[in-house]
Design a binder for this molecule. Structure first.
Ligand code: ZN
Length: 135
């Protein structure tokens, strides 16, 4: 322990004062690992973090809902297959799905209770599963 301390003194640099994560001001007092200059900055920072997280979740839900509506409307037309590019032109976002697995012949995606297969750039066999055990 003492050896490490002396090494730091020899090779280390003078630690700079910590900076507030919210406002960027130098933190002039408190513990060395303090992250905020005051409670107001701390609250503002954490509120923004929570808001960002909430907005991200809302964006994901909106994408999943849109994908669901598109897939369900196609399912009702009994369309056998559709090119991914055509789906995307309708607003479908391929990176948003609720589960995925690979079968022997297909990549199988789920958007809630809708199942669809992707082979290359083609989406096929959009169907509704009856219960979770069907997955
Ligand atoms: Zn601050």
């Amino acid at each position: 322990m003492r050896k490490e301390f002396s090494k730091k003194l020899v090779s280390g640099t003078v630690p700079s004062a910590p900076v507030c994560l919210e406002c960027g001001d130098t933190i002039k007092y408190g513990r060395a690992d303090r992250k905020f200059c005051c409670d107001a900055c701390k609250n503002k920072y954490h509120n923004r973090q929570a808001q960002d997280s909430r907005q991200f979740r809302q964006m994901v839900h909106a994408c999943l809902d849109r994908n669901y509506i598109i897939l369900d409307s196609l399912r009702k037309t009994n369309l056998k297959n559709i090119r991914m590019a055509d789906l995307e032109s309708m607003g479908f976002k391929r990176d948003f799905f609720t589960s995925y697995y690979r079968s022997l012949r297909h990549e199988v995606y789920m958007c809630y209770d809708l199942r669809y297969f992707v082979s290359g750039e083609t989406v096929t066999s959009i169907s509704r599963i009856r219960n979770v055990d069907d997955v």
